[in-house]
Design a binder for this molecule. Structure first.
Ligand SMILES: NC(=O)c1ccc[n+]([C@@H]2O[C@H](COP(=O)([O-])OP(=O)(O)OC[C@H]3O[C@@H](n4cnc5c(N)ncnc54)[C@H](O)[C@@H]3O)[C@@H](O)[C@H]2O)c1
Length: 320
């Protein structure tokens, strides 16, 4: 159905079936279909983790497809996380990209672990736009560090709590804040949780058991697995409202989370540490935009009957 909105397809149909009779010398009539194809025109999307990386790519792409974007990011360095955090400058760049696509961008700086904050974001969104159609929970942390040796008990607990609270509870908070407003608006909708190939597979240790890296890995893989249970339960509960809930499972993506000095330091210490991230297709990492393309399918009419699935974007990673 959506192809009829596609400028090129619609234009060719016009040519094929509605050949106008033209006076000789008259200027050719043009199709009334104008502008680029937009798959989600008029929709409003809430994206967490929007300041950089995949969240930014999703904001930019959904805007290019016609959606206004409400973005959430903490824009600071979370405790127990060593990979450098996003900044306000990063968030401004996302705003610039959405504006360049001709769409509105409303930014909220805050923490997805704070349910009250997310409720106020949704209240503000409804007051401003009157609707909320698309939710993408992308905010996440990977609390690896360059530190060698055994992790202290306190740090081990801190790494676990931060990871679970951000990656899992943050997503849960985002859904619970958004869903009442989506149901009330009565427009259906699409919710996507950004999982990982770690949602569907165990991870071999990249460093010794009992190390900080290992604690971070275990928290990460547990949080990403748990997102699948959350997704399936919400998909069941929301199907009757035509609100779809899915999980995207990317392999390694070229963002600050995977491309940084900490990852390099671990790689130098354990040259085979990152063998666990090898893909079957001849590609080391995806670009964030590769994930955005699949997100567009899920949140637009092209994926209108897809709900309750984990969709890998993984170059064959999970085929092992
Ligand atoms: N990069 C990868 O290789 C990879 C692979 C698979 C899945 N993922 C997942 O993709 C998602 C996006 O990661 P990315 O690759 O864009 O990394 P990123 O570090 O570039 O982006 C994560 C964003 O989340 C924000 N964030 C972190 N904690 C937050 C909090 N408490 N509240 C609000 N915002 C917070 C950060 O500030 C940052 O802007 C994450 O859930 C990640 O786990 C990443």
């Amino acid at each position: 159905m959506f192809v009829l909105q596609h400028g090129t397809v619609a234009a060719s149909l016009v040519e094929q079936y509605h050949q106008p009779t033209r006076r000789p010398g008259a200027r050719p009539r043009v199709s009334r279909v104008k502008g680029p194809m937009t798959l989600i025109k008029g929709k409003v999307a809430l994206i967490t983790g929007v300041a950089r990386g995949q969240g930014r790519a999703h904001a930019s792409r959904l805007a290019a497809e016609g959606a206004d974007v409400v973005g959430v990011d903490i824009c600071t360095q979370p405790d127990h996380v060593s990979i450098p955090g996003a900044t306000h400058e990063d968030l401004r760049e996302t705003e610039r990209l959405v504006s360049r696509a001709g769409q509105r961008f409303v930014a909220h700086v805050g923490d997805v672990r704070d349910f009250g904050f997310l409720r106020s974001v949704v209240d503000h969104t409804i007051a401003e736009f009157g609707r909320l159609d698309i939710v993408c929970a992308s905010a996440g942390v990977w609390a690896i560090s360059a530190a060698d040796g055994a992790v202290s008990d306190a740090e081990r607990a801190g790494v676990w709590e931060t990871t679970i609270a951000t990656n899992l509870m943050g997503a849960w908070n985002t859904l619970d804040a958004a869903i009442p407003a989506m149901i009330k608006a009565g427009n259906g909708g699409s919710i996507t949780l950004i999982g990982s190939v770690a949602s569907m597979s165990g991870q071999l240790p990249m460093d010794s058991l009992g190390s900080r890296v290992h604690a971070a890995q275990m928290g990460y893989v547990a949080s990403k697995h748990a997102l699948v249970g959350l997704m399936r339960s919400y998909a069941l509960a929301l199907a009757e409202h035509s609100i779809r809930v899915n999980c995207l499972a990317p392999t390694g993506v070229r963002t600050a989370m995977s491309q940084n000095e900490i990852v390099e330091a671990i790689g130098e210490r354990h040259p085979s540490a990152f063998d666990v991230f090898a893909n079957r297709m001849p590609i080391d990492v995806l670009e964030p935009e590769d994930v955005s393309s699949v997100l567009v399918h899920l949140v637009s009419d092209s994926g209108r009957f897809t709900t309750g699935v984990v969709l890998p974007v993984d170059g064959g990673f999970l085929l092992r």
